[in-house]
Design a protein around this ligand. Structure first.
Ligand SMILES: Cc1ncc(COP(=O)(O)O)c(C=O)c1O
Length: 376
């Protein structure tokens, strides 16, 4: 089996992640933050250690790093918690349905309006275009850091600087960049960064993070027990408790801690290697007749390559690859606005995304297999 679907979730997970998850369940699987016995305290310390490690990585205050189930929940919390009736929102063609669907609900329910920024021919957003789009009614700018279809990375620092200059909060969807690029509140000029724990941070499924700057205070999505201020029926104002009702995912967070520790030490080396593998794959795929590679060749990108057979069916190619042991993602990748911009709404695309454990041999074997499958 060759796994080239790391943009969906990284696999396999590092052995340290598996070990940390089993250790937590085996040795201190109590409820973190609930009760004063030593097992609950040990579970609580693991959660706070993970929060501290994430806070250092993201340049955030620890109490402003919120645990969620995935990037979708982080985005929902930020979007539904920040926007008011009749606000205007600016976002891009790169947004995932995790952004577009909550926005769609607010459009029909609360009369918000959504402006989609037009990228240039390379797929890059211009700070000037963003500056012109912002009005007095703009309540939030939401931008995807790197496309999960083309891999193209947006100039987020410059775009964020425009948001700061105009006093509008910026929410960055870092699903494809957290753990790969320098993703901090300051480096992106962001007010909120949403990310999964299970992709580039190498943690398990069911983990996500939302980092908040002091400037923002979204309404919580879920209310309930936090193990704190239990005498009151009012949701605590204190962070992170305000946003973390209900039992936390201890084994997930223990695994995420191991992933973040690894990424903190090796982020640049892992990313460099993944990009080299991705470039190698792109070069080989570019030599195959009848295959269109999506996204500008020279734009900055993370390790993602999507292709479309010019006269054929991309899902048939994805299925044929799967039948021969290569796991890739076909279809629309939950990114309808991007596929509509690329003109690939009907065909979809086949996405290859190498990860930390992909080998050169696997890349070469995959390219050879695609060449064989594309032969008439
Ligand atoms: C750009 C982007 N945003 C959001 C998400 C949603 O992430 P999750 O599956 O962790 O909810 C993804 C997942 O692929 C993504 O690629």
């Amino acid at each position: 089996m060759i796994y080239l679907d790391n943009a969906a979730t990284s696999f396999p997970k590092p052995p340290q992640v598996l070990q940390a998850m089993t250790d937590s369940l085996r040795h201190f699987g109590a409820n973190p933050g609930r009760g004063g016995h030593h097992l609950a305290l040990q579970a609580g310390r693991t959660v706070e250690k993970c929060r501290d490690a994430a806070a250092r990585l993201l340049g955030a205050k620890p109490e402003r790093v919120i645990f969620t189930r995935n990037c979708t929940e982080s985005l929902n919390l930020a979007i539904l918690g920040m926007l008011h009736k009749e606000d205007e929102v600016i976002c891009s063609h790169g947004e995932h349905n995790a952004v577009l669907r909550p926005l769609e609900r607010l459009v029909s329910r609360d009369g918000i309006t959504v402006k989609l920024l037009r990228p240039d021919a390379r797929g890059l957003l211009s700070p000037d275009v963003l500056r012109k789009a912002i009005t007095g009614r703009t309540g939030l700018v939401i931008l995807c850091h790197a496309s999960n279809v083309t891999g193209v990375i947006q100039p987020m620092r410059e775009l964020g600087a425009v948001c700061r200059e105009r006093g509008v909060p910026l929410l960055v969807d870092a699903a494809q960049t957290a753990g790969m690029l320098d993703v901090t509140l300051d480096s992106l000029n962001a007010d909120m960064i949403a990310m999964p724990g299970h992709k580039g941070l190498l943690g398990p499924h069911g983990t996500g993070l939302l980092a908040l700057r002091d400037s923002v205070r979204p309404e919580p999505l879920i209310l309930g027990g936090t193990g704190s201020a239990s005498e009151s029926v009012r949701q605590p104002e204190l962070l992170p408790d305000r946003y973390e009702s209900g039992t936390l995912n201890l084994p997930g967070i223990a695994g995420l801690l191991a992933g973040i520790e690894l990424v903190t030490q090796q982020r640049e080396a892992i990313h460099r290697r993944e990009c080299a593998l991705n470039d190698r794959l792109r070069q080989q795929l570019a030599g195959i007749p009848g295959l269109r590679i999506l996204g500008d060749e020279h734009a900055p990108r993370v390790a993602i390559t999507a292709v479309v057979p010019v006269s054929g069916d991309s899902s048939a190619l994805a299925d044929a690859l799967d039948a021969t042991g290569v796991a890739v993602r076909g279809g629309l990748h939950c990114a309808p606005a991007m596929h509509s911009w690329l003109g690939t709404m009907r065909s979809g695309a086949v996405r290859f995304s190498p990860g930390p454990y992909t080998t050169v041999q696997e890349i070469d074997d995959t390219a050879a297999l695609v060449a064989r499958l594309m032969r008439p």
